[in-house]
Design a protein. Structure first.
Length: 320
């Protein structure tokens, strides 16, 4: 009454399942890198050492637990999935590492696992990290790069014929400031200091379309919202430093030009109804990669794209 008191949020319509919230030993693995940082990862799918390996890069915010939802798909296609925490997320050491540093970490992890050749798949905020691998990891080791609903550089937002060069630079500068100090904190705030129940309520509130709401209620599929709850709990295990580091990396200069990426073995997937990462930015990236790398899926959002197409995406990545 009178605006002095806020009504508490209702609990989620389906409470979290405690059994799903527990981490398995295969989800808490770490490797010590040459500079003594820890890099954490989880393994899913086929355990056969001869199986093709896919390294999965989570969104922002996110963590290695994003791989849970694709365990059965990777089993079906006979692929080994290795999902990796970026610096400061999950169990990985927080460090100021840019996009151009990430490929070195991935190769070090591959060496640790005894993997000579592999594919990478970046989802949402993991997309730029996948493209960095396409730019800097030799093709003798990197089989293919997939980007699903990937975000783009700030250059894509200011690339308009209506702004002369100096104004583009100024606009980009102010966008960087706005992103780091206003947009990113607002994105991350709903996930911070939350219980499992509170996080599940947050996820439920973010479901907008009927398909997203149906997906939330479907607890039989591998994209059970409780898996997302665990992913976000792990994402902020060390506080917000990892997510903010991710944001800082993605809003500054990427350190490489998309035109210099060997795009022959790069594939992009995007929903035309994506409200998180607009498809126009994906088309901007595709043009700089030379064109023909993007597949736009009609009616799919940032979240529903996985329901019908995840096995197809991972199969293509494994068989490339």
């Amino acid at each position: 009454m009178f605006g002095f008191f806020k009504s508490p949020r209702p609990p989620p319509s389906i409470p979290p399942n405690p059994a799903i919230l527990e981490l398995k030993p295969s989800e808490t693995q770490t490797v010590t890198l040459p500079d003594n940082r820890k890099l954490s990862y989880a393994t899913y799918g086929d355990t056969n050492p001869a199986a093709p390996v896919i390294f999965l890069f989570h969104g922002m915010p996110g963590s290695r637990i994003c791989g849970r939802g694709f365990h059965r798909n990777c089993l079906n296609i006979g692929a080994r999935l290795v999902s990796v925490d970026r610096p400061g997320c999950g169990l990985s050491t927080l460090a100021d590492r840019g996009l151009t540093d990430w490929p070195e970490d991935v190769v070090n992890l591959a060496d640790h696992l005894g993997v000579q050749r592999f594919s990478v798949l970046g989802a949402s905020g993991g997309g730029p990290f996948a493209l960095a691998c396409a730019r800097f990891i030799p093709k003798e080791r990197l089989r293919a790069t997939h980007v699903v609903c990937g975000i783009g550089p700030l250059d894509a937002l200011v690339d308009t014929p209506y702004l002369p060069g100096p104004l583009k630079s100024l606009a980009k500068y102010f966008l960087q400031l706005a992103a780091r100090y206003f947009v990113l904190p607002r994105i991350f705030a709903p996930y911070l200091n939350q219980s499992a129940s509170g996080l599940k309520r947050t996820i439920e509130d973010q479901c907008r379309t009927p398909e997203e709401k149906a997906q939330f209620r479907d607890t039989t599929n591998e994209n059970n919202p409780d898996n997302s709850v665990v992913q976000f709990l792990e994402a902020f295990k060390q506080g917000s430093g990892g997510a903010m580091q991710d944001g800082a990396v993605l809003t500054r200069d990427w350190g490489f030009k998309l035109e210099n990426v060997e795009a022959e073995r790069v594939w992009m997937w995007h929903g035309d109804q994506d409200a998180v990462a607009p498809v126009g930015v994906a088309r901007w990236i595709d043009r700089r990669l030379g064109g023909g790398r993007l597949r736009v899926l009609e009616g799919k959002t940032h979240f529903t794209i996985w329901k019908e197409h995840s096995e197809e995406i991972f199969r293509q990545s494994a068989e490339a």
